[in-house]
Design a protein around this ligand. Structure first.
Ligand code: GDD
Ligand code: MN
Length: 380
């Protein structure tokens, strides 16, 4: 496998001078079964980082530089990864800072995970022995921890501990799949958004714990306040889109069609055929549930749909059972409990109970459909 360690630089002359020889002399000799290379992604650093790399290139043939205008860390990575795949024919790429905050000794561990079949391997500073600098001020430590906890919670993805970090290895397929979308994330937000897209598309993610050291020389290029706001905005907007345009959104649309069917049948049977309203409603509801079941099976949970008559009928039975349970116990139960506590005299209150009960019913139904009826079969 051809492995390219990509290290972005902006005024890192003093660091890159040391990093390249360490990689070449101390780390690469330990990795026997892969072709190891370095690509420096420099944005025309005023301190002449690129010239320094060019000098070193005379000594090492597996070293290269990609120079360009400065548009941010993410933009530099997209440019350099494109170069690594197209020009250098990389199979695997690393993201690694030039300032020694990412311990080069950890590189073999990342490669081992890739060899084991992981598509993207994330350096993890927050668990299993990973850590952040002990001498950081409390506020900075707190921010670093809280920010990652925030992302994990909003995305409901607790298995990934370090969302913002920049020490990673990935197969070229992951980059090629996400490249187009990544061009929208030019700054440090590139890191979270890349990982989020890789997970969304089902790539297998592994973690390697490491100790995040303090910067060796020079200073950080991150603008903390702007970055915090960017993370906040990205995570919230992405999550809302996931909910609305993902399974939950389809589930709501299906529910809406069910509501219309129920209502139309009720009115038709009652006004045109003189049915009792209760009977008319039961017929409408039964038809609506039948339609909901089929639409969810064919559309919302398309990739997990019933694939034979037996499972089609079993899922339908479960669907009728849990839908009725939800209406009786969750929705009606909520109206009963709230009515017992806050009274049943006021029409406005009853409507409020109905809305709360229906909200809980939707959550109940979606959870049962997603986790039980159309649960993901464990991958073997
Ligand atoms: N080419 C290029 N262009 N390189 C850049 C740019 C840029 O605009 N901005 C930063 N870099 C380089 C730096 O020279 C350094 O090698 C590396 O990217 C990381 O930048 P730092 O400025 O040292 O970032 P940090 O230490 O504050 O941030 C680290 O933690 C963040 C949050 O967890 C990095 O690992 C980030 O990737 C990570 O998001
Ligand atoms: Mn740094």
């Amino acid at each position: 496998m051809k492995v390219v360690i990509i290290t972005p630089t902006y005024n890192e002359k003093g660091n890159i001078d040391r990093l390249i020889p360490i990689l070449e002399n101390e780390i690469f000799p330990k990795i026997k079964n892969h072709d190891m290379n370095i690509l420096v992604a420099d944005d025309n650093s005023p301190d002449g980082t690129a010239n320094e790399v060019k000098k070193l290139m005379q000594e090492w043939k597996n070293l290269d530089v990609s120079s360009g205008e400065r548009h941010g860390l993410g933009a530099a990575y997209v440019r350099a990864m494109t170069y690594a795949v197209e020009k250098l024919k990389a199979d695997v790429m690393f993201e690694m800072d030039a300032d020694f905050q990412h311990d080069p000794e950890k590189i073999p561990e990342f490669i081992k995970k890739i060899d084991e079949g992981y598509d993207m391997v994330i350096g993890n500073r927050y668990s299993n022995g990973g850590s952040i600098p002990k001498n950081w001020p409390l506020l900075r430590k707190l921010f670093s921890i809280v920010a990652n906890l925030f992302v994990r919670t909003i995305f409901m993805k607790f298995s990934i501990h370090d969302w913002t970090g920049g020490f990673r290895a990935l197969k070229k397929e992951v980059f090629l799949k996400e490249r187009e979308e990544l061009t929208n994330y030019k700054g440090y937000i590139f890191q979270i958004s890349f990982l989020q897209k890789a997970i969304r598309d089902g790539f297998k993610i592994g973690e390697v714990p490491f100790h995040f050291s303090d910067r060796a020389l020079g200073r950080s290029k991150i603008a903390p306040i702007g970055y915090i706001l960017e993370v906040f905005k990205f995570v919230i907007i992405t999550r809302i889109q996931e909910i609305l345009f993902g399974k939950f959104g389809k589930f709501l649309v299906v529910g809406g069609t069910g509501f219309i069917i129920n209502w139309a049948v009720l009115n038709l049977l009652f006004t045109k055929f003189n049915f009792r309203p209760e009977i008319a409603n039961l017929a409408g509801a039964a038809l609506a549930i039948f339609s909901n079941y089929n639409l969810n099976n064919l559309w919302t949970f398309e990739e997990r749909k019933a694939n034979n008559l037996g499972s089609y009928l079993l899922k339908m039975l479960q669907f009728y059972a849990t839908s009725s349970f939800g209406v009786i116990f969750i929705q009606t139960g909520t109206i009963f409990i709230l009515g017992s506590i806050f009274g049943r005299e006021n029409r406005l209150l009853i409507n409020l109970y109905f809305i709360i009960g229906t909200g809980l019913l939707l959550i109940w139904n979606f959870t049962v459909y997603n986790k039980i009826i159309w649960r993901k079969e464990p991958q073997g």
